[in-house]
Write a protein that binds this ligand. Structure first.
Ligand code: ASP
Length: 301
């Protein structure tokens, strides 16, 4: 029988109603009590890492999750991380890079309704996540609503529906059927030989809007790394050119990503893109915004 480690971090899946609204209260062992079918599937240990709404998580918490997996990698066949859904895409993207060399499954899951609430998606998601972790395919992924999504493609698309997540810019890796069968639709990628072990959280993400004031960039001068989430294939409006040039002359490194969830930045295609390219802005390619942020934080671009 496969041996898994459940890392509990909080989120709606662990929430109880309080006088201040939903707040995480259940540890990993309490979550497992709601899924007795797991006893026939795997042996599972629990580590309660934190009990937070995922809105409160920072890069330090995400590093702690990565370190917990790395420290235990030799003792378990796979890992399940119970996590709030609101920032699950950010954690999945960061772990995708930080754990790229771990030859074990690392599966994030969460739920839109608390464990134990009527009609909750939590038991199914936790069970499915354990099924995927026990299946043995290496890599970081999220399992939600029967969909298996690569760690760097996770996108929370709906803030209310149970079917809240999509795989952005690439098809899902696979699915877990209502019969519990894990099905892979995309071939596995081998683990990397190395992975970054540090994260620089000083990366600012700026969404370009049609009327963004150029003086905004003056306030950013000297900030280490700025990602500009531009339109379509990527470009810089003429009216921002001088301000962005000054920003880059102040030592700020500028990266370009797209507001489109799928497709890719191509700074060579349009004159507006070449304007950014000529200033020395770095394209983040086809990465999702979360994966772009994670790759820059890990110093990979
Ligand atoms: N606010 C919650 C969280 O991200 C939402 C959820 O888990 O669904 O922790």
């Amino acid at each position: 029988m496969k041996k898994l480690l459940l890392l509990a971090t909080g989120g709606t899946i662990a929430c109880r109603e309080t006088e201040n609204g939903l707040s995480p209260a259940l540890g990993g062992a309490a979550l497992l009590d709601f899924v007795p079918q797991l006893r026939d599937l795997c042996e599972i240990d629990v580590r309660d890492l934190m009990q937070l709404d995922s809105t409160d998580l920072t890069a330090a918490d995400r590093l702690a999750i990565a370190q917990a997996v790395r420290q235990a990698a030799g003792r378990y066949d796979g890992f399940v991380i119970a996590h709030g859904t609101d920032t699950l895409s950010y954690t999945a993207a960061l772990l995708h890079y930080l754990l790229a060399d771990i030859p074990k499954p690392v599966v994030l899951t969460g739920s839109m309704l608390p464990m134990g609430a009527s009609g909750s998606d939590a038991p199914r998601n936790l069970l499915d996540a354990c099924r995927v972790a026990a299946d043995g395919r290496a890599g970081v992924c999220a399992v939600l609503y029967g969909r298996i999504i690569a760690g760097d493609r996770v996108c929370k698309f709906d803030s209310h529906a149970m079917d809240a997540f999509v795989s952005a810019g690439a098809p899902p890796l696979g699915s877990v059927g209502t019969d519990g069968k894990v099905r892979w639709d995309v071939p596995a990628a081998p683990p990397e030989s190395t992975a970054p072990d540090a994260v620089d959280p000083h990366v600012l993400l700026v969404k370009l809007t049609p009327d963004l004031d150029p003086t905004f960039f003056t306030a950013l001068c000297g900030y280490p790394k700025v990602i500009l989430e531009t339109f379509g294939a990527g470009g810089l409006p003429a009216r921002l050119e001088d301000a962005v040039r000054s920003l880059m002359e102040s030592g700020t490194r500028l990266y370009v990503t797209s507001q489109c969830p799928a497709g890719s930045v191509d700074l060579h295609r349009y004159a507006v893109g070449r304007r950014a390219e000529a200033l020395g802005a770095v394209s983040l390619g086809s990465r999702t915004t979360e994966a772009a942020l994670a790759a820059v934080m890990c110093g990979l671009v």
